[in-house]
Design a protein around this ligand. Structure first.
Ligand code: SAM
Length: 165
């Protein structure tokens, strides 16, 4: 599903030759259910008033959701599994003007991790319902975290975490 032929390049885009990717170190924790089956219909970035989407966790991770309901906003990380992964330069507007991959939030990147800050709507039986996503139906779920702005660490502070001089 991922790497595409050099002929798929837009003007001035540049791909590199890479050894086969080894994704074995990641454990997907579930799957994301969204209304979008085709890329054309999928938003470029999710919006807080977007449609409800569901993070369907594997049963082994259901207890890992305890306490998440406290957070109105949560961060979701996902694996953009249908992306090519070999572009260093991209022409997002297909007009020959290029930008480096790391200057974009394009799904095309060496490790196609997507992140979104989304609105938590409710949690029901191991499924987290959210608004604000922008991924295709069936996208693998990598991680869920509380919004960093609302989160205060539960563990005691470490030395070196004091006030800045
Ligand atoms: N919000 C995330 C971020 O900034 O990291 C992802 C942004 S990315 C621009 C969103 C686009 O990725 C969608 O519009 C769609 O074209 C594409 N996309 C969504 N799900 C995908 C998937 N599973 N595999 C490949 N591309 C996907």
């Amino acid at each position: 599903a991922s790497e595409s032929a050099a002929t798929d390049l837009r003007r001035n885009e540049r791909a590199v030759k890479l050894p086969p990717a080894s994704d074995a170190a990641l454990r997907f924790i579930g799957v994301i259910r969204t209304p979008w089956v085709h890329r054309d219909a999928c938003p470029r970035q999710g919006r807080p008033d977007g449609p409800e989407c569901r993070l369907v966790l594997d049963p082994v991770w259901h207890d890992a959701l305890q306490g998440l309901e406290e957070y109105p906003m949560i961060e979701v990380l996902y694996w953009l599994d249908r992306s090519r992964r070999d572009l260093v330069l991209q022409s997002p507007k297909s007009d020959g003007r290029t930008v480096g991959t790391f200057a974009l939030r394009s799904p095309v990147r060496p490790n196609p991790i997507g992140t979104s800050l989304v609105r938590l709507v409710r949690i029901e039986n191991g499924t987290v319902v959210v608004r604000g996503l922008d991924c295709l139906d069936g996208t693998p779920l990598v991680d869920i975290k509380p919004d960093r702005c609302a989160f205060s660490p539960k563990a005691p502070p470490k030395s070196g975490e004091g006030e800045a001089p």
